[in-house]
Design a protein. Sequence first.
Lengths: 114, 114
Amino acid sequence: NAGVTQTPKFQVLKTGQSMTLQCAQDMNHNSMYWYRQDPGMGLRLIYYSASEGTTDKGEVPNGYNVSRLNKREFSLRLESAAPSQTSVYFCASTDGGGSGNTIYFGEGSWLTVV
Amino acid sequence: GDSVTQMEGPVTLSEEAFLTINCTYTATGYPSLFWYVQYPGEGLQLLLKATKADDKGSNKGFEATYRKETTSFHLEKGSVQVSDSAVYFCALSDGYSSASKIIFGSGTRLSIRP
């Protein structure tokens, strides 16, 4: 029972390098999200996708791009990594059919930018 | 905009103590409310939820009641165990946007002493 799968789990980047975090869910969910988690800041929404083919900015979108490749997959790209993007990144999904739906999280991707 | 405020941690208790973690929210309309738990090195997982006023969510001995009059959703447990040590997040879902954006509090770290 995979749920939400994200890769890679750990990554170290040099400033200015680019990378893509991959996320896939096998629950046939409509909505997918990318969050970042920083100490004392809780989770902050980067981008979300309400359904296949749509994406919208969240609270902290600067420096990131996303692609909803299909219903299963939602990737997050850092075009030119900066030390301020050192964080733990979580992908999540939900059915999105109503406000009471549970959101399911991946296990997280630890990214360090040096 | 919508927001969630929860008590700052860390909270340290002895085993079998009574736990309360306060959570208040600001929202237009009638959001759904959630408590998520994050164990070390893992993603968030749903602990309990309530979708309308006066509903009580419960799971694993934890309870929270949706209080519209005080805009609160405090988490309680009568007798905590060492295994309850984790970070707890209060969250709301607005239910208005097509993606039903989920907004998280900053998290409360709970440590239980044997």
